[in-house]
Design a binder for this molecule. Structure first.
Ligand SMILES: NC(=O)c1ccc[n+]([C@@H]2O[C@H](COP(=O)([O-])OP(=O)(O)OC[C@H]3O[C@@H](n4cnc5c(N)ncnc54)[C@H](OP(=O)(O)O)[C@@H]3O)[C@@H](O)[C@H]2O)c1
Length: 390
């Protein structure tokens, strides 16, 4: 029985992780869990799994949560609480299901404590991949991908020699607007954008999927996780979301990984690695599917993917700038302060206009990264507010 900590248990990744645990209660015990603001949802989950350690964002939620539980739990608060939780001696596997940059510190501390980290959060890898990999190596921690495309590539690479890989390919469904004419993008509402055709996900990643920014982030994430140059990382549109990743080898063979689009699969793989266990997910029935469809992405209609490659080519803090800008821009879209078609516009403006401060040793320094992230967020916020003049 492994002790599991699930950060972001009230979200979509958290929910899929719970299903994996429920499918194999003999394998996992939930030692700790966190959320930001959905205290009632956390309470319900905590009650049914009798989770001994809980972390909430606000001090004011602690008493409310404690008094509503029907068992005794330790309730911790904020960043310090997350740090304590992921470093508990009994904690063995940490699932990082928090969205955004807030996942960075707990990911860092979990790796530093030598844990197995099953990481869904791509933002941390994009902004501080080098630091996280270095600390993982030093602490002999495991960093295992949960993002479905990266899990596929990870699985496909198990038996291949890196030097024999010609390229890796991440698939993208194309999101809900792939066939919509560009002129219509201005009319896309947040309600339309959060409805992904194939996956059930949180609001931020759903909007990112609709702009293909998510795929751009996944390219940057793959660069960090697998250490391939960007020239060897490609994207194909595959609207069926059955093939999640492909690996082309130097002899021309292409290996592909198929499964139904259900996050239980990559989560279970990361939790049970190198073993596999049975799961209650819909089976892929190839005879019913008939054919698999792939096409090259339209970078003119979806410039966010291009921006990610450009930021990755420039390297340094450019991926961080893009990621930070996107957090603010997507939030502004969700709050209806900007229209959907303006998302790439503000991202490109930020990449071009943000003045990078002196950064002698940013690769070593998490506090520098967090400070820079805040500065970029502020810059974009001002850009959005002063839209007409910028
Ligand atoms: N969903 C997917 O299928 C999927 C696939 C691949 C990768 N990912 C990645 O996984 C991460 C989570 O995605 P998601 O779709 O599960 O998001 P989500 O449904 O929005 O859930 C996010 C979770 O993190 C918590 N959280 C959010 N902001 C926080 C903060 N500032 N401090 C502490 N906790 C915070 C939320 O708590 P509350 O509920 O209380 O707000 C919630 O539990 C993202 O980085 C995403 O890119 C997701």
């Amino acid at each position: 029985m492994k002790n599991l900590v699930i950060l972001g248990i009230t979200g979509s990744i958290g929910n899929s992780t719970l299903k994996v645990v429920q499918a194999h209660p003999e394998k996992f015990r939930i030692l700790g869990a966190s959320c930001r603001s959905k205290i009632e949802a956390l309470e319900e989950i905590a009650r049914s799994f009798k989770i001994p350690y809980l972390v909430v964002e606000e001090l004011s939620s602690v008493e409310k949560l404690k008094s509503s539980l029907d068992y005794k739990a330790e309730v911790l608060v904020g960043e310090e609480g997350l740090k304590t939780l992921v470093q508990l001696e009994e904690a063995e596997i940490i699932v990082i299901g928090i969205s955004g940059i807030k996942a960075l510190l707990p990911t860092y501390y979990a790796l530093k404590a030598g844990k197995r980290v099953a990481i869904a959060n791509k933002e941390s890898l994009i902004v501080a991949g080098d630091i996280l990999k270095k600390i993982a190596k030093e602490a002999k921690a495991e960093l295992l991908p949960v993002d479905s495309e990266h899990s596929s590539i990870f699985q496909l690479l198990q038996k291949e020699k890196k030097e024999q890989v010609k390229r890796i390919i991440l698939t993208a469904s194309g999101g809900p607007f792939y066939r919509l004419p560009l002129e219509e993008f201005v009319k896309i509402t947040p309600e339309m954008a959060v409805k992904h055709p194939n996956w059930k996900m949180g609001a931020k990643i759903s909007v990112d999927s609709a702009t293909l920014m998510n795929k751009g982030f996944e390219v940057l994430e793959a660069k960090v996780l697998f250490d391939f140059p960007l020239e060897k990382i490609e994207v194909l549109i595959h609207p069926q979301s059955l093939v999640h990743g492909l690996v082309e080898l130097i002899d021309g063979s292409i290996l592909m990984h198929l499964s139904s689009p259900d996050m239980q699969l990559p989560i279970s793989y990361a939790l049970n690695y190198p073993e596999r266990v049975k799961l209650q997910v819909p089976k892929v029935q190839l005879e019913k599917i008939g054919s698999l469809v792939f096409e090259a992405p339209d970078l003119e209609k979806f410039p966010c993917l291009k921006l990610a490659y450009e930021a990755g080519q420039k390297g340094g803090v450019y991926p961080l700038i893009l990621e930070a800008a996107d957090e603010v821009v997507v939030e502004a879209f969700l709050q209806k302060r900007i229209t959907f078609d303006k998302i790439p516009y503000f991202l490109a403006k930020t990449l071009d206009g943000f003045k990078i401060p002196e950064m002698p040793s940013y690769k070593e320094d998490l506090s520098f990264i967090l400070k820079l992230h805040k500065e970029v967020c502020l810059y974009v916020e001002n850009l959005i507010k002063g839209n007409k003049t910028c």
